[in-house]
Design a protein around this ligand. Structure first.
Ligand code: GLA
Length: 381
């Protein structure tokens, strides 16, 4: 090779090395903010994936199909990031999504007994998709199964999903317009805001159905996690998991999580409510102070040190220990999700409220604005 050509080759190698270095720096120091990319189509509509990243490298990936959170990466006590929610890598994995991984559930999260309720003298009939009950809003056009409009927030690290559920959809009255916003802060908080308006009185109960495993998704069961639930009472259920109407004190029962206790320490006790729920699948009545955000639960995983703290404006939380996961779903990285591989903390109104006049009302009327907030805060100890 003549010297001139040699210099050219050296120059090209040098420039390539420099750009490689710059690229590596860029990708390791990912800027915080929202990224949007095409993620496929559903019902002929585009589905987008939104990635929210904060300055600590915490990352939330969510899509406008079902408002589903696909992944949530948070550090352990050594700073090691892991994805702590069960789910799939691609849109196709969520079709169908029987365990409601990561989804927004509604119009009415949880159960409505016998798929019916009466409001202002009129009886409404809903599709039954859980034995005799309606679970998580019905069968076909429920919040977890529709394409929402997605819009990155302006000047904030977040994304808003909006969906108009038409009058009569899944049997519910009123055109119900709902917006769910996910915002990621630099304090490692994922803030979930729910807002809705309607043109006819209608029940509403919206929640987020992420399954957490603070060791990392697919990494065994959640029985060694320690949980504190800020509730002195829970709502016992019948054999169809419908509240009986009783508000039972947790004291002296396996439902007492007022001090931090291992999830698995009493889960298989021969206590009627645990037998009926096949574990915990119950609504805890939160000890609330005022109307703002109030502590619902705190979960600690001892091996990684990860802590999840849940605060909410809602009156209750459904603590579900993934009892119905049975290994039939293979999720991210080929992980098989077995029984109790994840837990959910679904902040909400009480189940079946439309049929329980004594429960806090879950009816939204025209002219009113529904607004609830739940914050998932991640830390370590
Ligand atoms: C909720 C219910 C559970 C179960 C899951 C989905 O948490 O309370 O009983 O239906 O959703 O599998």
């Amino acid at each position: 090779m003549i010297p001139r050509q040699l210099w050219c080759v050296r120059l090209i190698v040098f420039l390539a090395a420099i750009s490689g270095l710059l690229f590596a720096q860029n990708s390791s120091k990912k800027k915080s903010g929202v990224e949007q990319k095409d993620f496929g189509t559903r019902d002929g509509r585009p589905v987008n994936l939104y990635t929210l990243t904060n300055s600590h490298g915490v990352e939330v990936r969510a899509m406008n199909y079902g408002g589903i959170i696909l992944s949530l990466r948070v550090p352990d006590r050594k700073g090691q990031l892991a994805d702590i929610v069960l789910g799939h890598e691609k849109l196709e994995g969520y079709i169908p999504n029987p365990p409601y991984f990561g989804a927004i559930v509604g119009r009415y999260a949880n159960r409505i007994a016998n798929g019916t309720f009466t409001l202002d003298g009129k009886t409404y009939t809903l599709p039954k998709n859980d034995g005799p009950n309606t679970l998580h809003g019905g069968m076909t056009r429920t919040f977890d199964k529709v394409v929402w409009d997605g819009e990155p927030l302006k000047g904030k690290n977040g994304v808003a999903f909006t969906y108009l559920s038409k009058d009569g959809e899944e049997g519910f009255p009123g055109n119900l317009k709902t917006t769910v916003t996910y915002t990621l802060t630099d304090k490692n908080e994922l803030i979930i805001d729910y807002e809705a308006t309607t043109d006819k009185a209608t029940p509403i109960n919206v929640s987020q159905h992420s399954y957490f495993n603070l060791k990392g998704e697919g990494n065994g069961d959640i029985l060694d996690h320690e949980i504190m639930i800020n509730a002195d009472k829970f709502t016992p259920v019948d054999k169809n998991l419908i509240p009986t109407g009783e508000l039972r004190p947790v004291k002296g029962t396996p439902f007492d999580f007022t001090t931090s206790t291992k999830i698995g320490s009493r889960i298989d006790d021969n206590y009627e409510q645990l037998v009926l729920g096949h574990g915990y699948d119950h609504n805890f009545v939160l000890n609330r102070k005022g109307s703002g955000l109030s502590l619902a639960a705190r979960v600690y995983e001892p091996t990684t040190g990860r802590v999840l703290e849940v605060t909410t404006t809602q009156p209750a939380v459904q603590f579900y220990t993934g009892n119905f996961l049975d290994g039939s779903v293979t999720g991210k990285e080929g992980h098989v999700y077995k029984r109790r591989f994840g837990f959910c903390l679904e902040t909400q109104h009480f189940p079946d409220s439309p049929n329980h006049p004594d429960f806090p009302s879950a009816i939204l009327k025209p002219g009113e604005k529904f607004h609830q907030t739940t914050v998932f805060k991640f830390s370590t100890k």
